[in-house]
Design a binder for this molecule. Structure first.
Ligand code: FES
Length: 121
């Protein structure tokens, strides 16, 4: 019976040598390898909180890891709302954690009031 694994030196899709990269997360350097997601590099750097929740300000990080939950939103090179689990890290990326406070109570009251106005028809 033939082996299912190729000897390492004969593997035609063997990846090339890893290329290291460095990004900055909230002013702190984090090292990774080309091909890693931003989330992977950030987590490897020891940070678990990528942003804070709008209502209570609690830390949020990688939850699903597949681009569904949006808990990993960060700002990358000035672009907001980037899902860190879906974007590959590029050497020199500047990542900033996000926090968008929930609208003020006064703003919410105006919004609720607009909903209660009578409608024609
Ligand atoms: S961890 Fe869920 S979208 Fe990134």
């Amino acid at each position: 019976m033939a082996s299912r694994l190729l000897p390492f030196g004969d593997d035609p899709i063997r990846p090339s040598a890893p290329v290291s990269l460095t990004i900055t997360v909230d002013g702190v350097s984090a090292n990774g390898i080309a091909g890693q997601s931003l989330a992977g590099v950030i987590l490897a750097g020891g940070s678990l909180g990528f942003r804070r929740s709008s209502v209570e300000g609690k830390p949020r990080g990688v939850f699903c890891g597949i681009g569904v939950c949006f808990d990993c939103l960060v700002e990358v090179n000035g672009q907001r709302d980037v899902r860190a689990c879906q974007r590959r890290a590029v050497d020199g990326d500047v990542v900033t954690s996000q926090h968008d406070p929930f609208p003020s109570a006064a703003g919410r009251a105006r919004f609720d009031q607009a909903d209660e106005e009578p409608r024609d028809g």
